[in-house]
Design a protein around this ligand. Structure first.
Ligand code: HPA
Length: 276
């Protein structure tokens, strides 16, 4: 199916459900990464829409990704949360991977927070740390914008100088300061996965100035900046990357650490989005 037709079809379906429930589209959208889905549990009286209620919507198959939208108030702020995202390694075309964020942006979400689980490789990083994403490297994954440009969404050659919005970054810094949460800052690189990296790949990344590695987020950020939408990102360091420590890597540990950090991530998000 043509990419734009598919986006419009999912958009219409989601809008029908929102309208039926008398809910207007929140301006803030949060995508929750592996193990971070508990953040959405603090929403009172949420409207929950499972991805499988929407024809043409990709099914989320990754562990720790529930595959549903949760809409309601996080603290005082109306928000739509993606409790689970779609990854390229699940076998979907990149245009399906970014379809959900494109649909939310078209429906009126203006500010996005992309969260994720990552392996940390910068000096001094520890499991359980949080990191504000200041920039990314997309070189290791195909661009979601490859193919005919969808002029209705954005430009053929969108600028990527400030992918992660400066004001939103400052809001996160202020929120972390107020709550006394230690928030690192750094550069995220996306790999396709699903295999974790080798120690030599991680050393290469370190030499390139990369601070954390993951398997999502960058392509979503590119698709949103194509649409001129404000983007921010927070990573949860669920493990030290391959070879940085002696431990072998395991997907279930990633989800467990994400769950432990959930309450701190929730507090940070609540405070920050209240000031977007
Ligand atoms: N590498 C890539 N993705 C990840 C990692 C990692 O070490 N940890 C969590 N997601």
């Amino acid at each position: 199916m043509d990419v734009l037709i598919k986006i419009k079809s999912v958009e219409a379906e989601l809008k029908t459900i929102l309208d039926k429930n008398n809910i207007s589209m929140p301006e803030t959208a949060i995508v929750l990464g592996s193990g971070l889905s508990d953040v959405a549990d603090t929403i009172t009286n949420p409207l929950v829409i499972s991805y499988d209620e929407l024809a043409d919507f990709p099914v989320a198959t990754a562990p720790g990704h529930k595959g549903r939208f949760v809409i309601g108030k996080l603290g005082d702020t109306p928000v739509i949360i993606m409790q689970g995202r779609i990854h390229y390694y699940e076998g979907y075309p990149m245009t399906d991977v970014v379809l959900p964020v494109r649909v939310l942006a078209r429906l009126g979400a203006k500010n996005f927070v992309l969260t994720n689980a990552v392996g940390g490789l910068a000096d001094g990083m520890r499991e359980g740390d949080l990191m504000l994403i200041t920039d990314h490297i997309s070189t290791f994954v195909p661009s979601p914008l490859i193919g005919s440009n969808i002029d209705e969404l954005g430009l053929r050659f969108p600028d990527m100088t400030h992918v992660y919005d400066q004001e939103l970054q400052d809001t996160f810094r202020a929120a972390a300061g107020k709550l006394d949460i230690s928030l690192r800052e750094g550069v995220y690189a996306q790999f396709t996965g699903p295999q974790f990296e080798t120690p030599t790949e991680i050393q290469l990344m370190k030499n390139l100035g990369i601070d954390v590695v993951g398997m999502s987020t960058v392509v979503e950020a590119i698709a949103l900046r194509h649409m001129d939408i404000r983007v921010s990102g927070v990573s949860c360091i669920t493990n030290l990357a391959a070879g940085i420590s002696d431990e072998l890597l395991c997907g279930s540990d990633v989800v467990d650490v994400g769950k432990e950090v959930g309450p701190t991530m929730t507090a940070l998000l609540k405070e920050a989005i209240n000031n977007f």
